[in-house]
Design a protein around this ligand. Sequence first.
Ligand code: CP3
Length: 344
Amino acid sequence: MQNSLFIKAAFSQPTHRPPVWLMRQAGRYMKEYLAIKEKHSFLEMCRTPEIAADVTMLPVDLLGIDAAIMFSDILVTAEAMGGKLRFENGAGPRFDNPVRDKAGIDALLNPDVPEKLGYVADMIRIVKQRLNGRIPLIGFAGAPFTVMSYLVEGKSSRDFKITKQLLHNEPALAHELLSKIARVTTDYLNMQIEAGADALQLFDSWAESLSWDDYREFAHTYVSEIISGLNRKDIPIISFCKGSSVFAPLMAQAKPDVISVDWNADLAALKRSLPKGIAVQGNLDPHILYAEKRVIKERIYRLCDSMSEEDGFIFNLGHGIMPDMPFEHIKYAVDLVKEYKWQK
Ligand code: CP3
């Protein structure tokens, strides 16, 4: 796998073109996904290794991307700790027992990860067999702050009001909760490595809502703890956060191999500001995929051209594919990157 375009770029080695994969590359914009979803709930899909493996393989077979990402959700760690998780169609995740005080935090379990989340390891083994060395498989987990925000709010939030009240009023309690999540997450990612994941991505999707000081204290601390706790040999770690165009200097201190960047940043300038050896992933505005093909082409070339002086670039979106994006535009975007050649 060390010779794959994706792993080379993740370790900042030269490649003749950028590797490409897309966040949420398996999802509702694909009729093949919707056909599976008609028969099973989302959580059933995640929990059944054969089905999750089938869904993981959809974009491999239909888009020809350069890396697969396992099909699961960031909230399975919180569920393993005792969160009563369900997904409502259209309304996103819900926890029926939000965790907001000392009693709630004390009641959370310190689960035996292979026992509770072994279905993810089983799925990884199936996918690795099916990929048969063609492309790498990315495993992932939610970063503690983002997972905490769902456990505390009980659902998706726009302002994270209750989460921030806990951080600001009861920082010691917040740290207790974050430490518990970080421990489970480290075990969970180590289980994924053991099962065969070739790379790992940490999703701190909602850290963008934090101030610089709060990001450092409540998000960065735990991302660092997790990265330093991984038994990782040659496994690159990608650190994703919406807000990385601001927090990148701190994210770099946690020593990931790759920082995944939202679309607010000038990617080449951000790359040059990072310590040598940290690659970047991103950062096309996903909404470009709603535009006409000539615009998609112009923007993809502009982004790839801007990275021509840099080793260590993985093409991706700044955030995930949306369910109503045209499949044809997504395939067109992947093909464009695969045909692109740097004039180095
Ligand atoms: O990228 C991939 O293809 C891998 C699979 C993946 C999913 N969720 C599948 C999914 C990954 C990496 C995630 C991570 C995830 N889950 C994040 C971090 C990434 C990000 O988008 O910032 C977050 C915040 C979650 C929590 C979550 N799961 C939400 C908020 C939702 C609802 C979103 C919506 O649009 O309804 C989910 C559900 C979810 N996770 C779906 C998929 C394919 C949709 C489920 C469905 O089919 O209804």
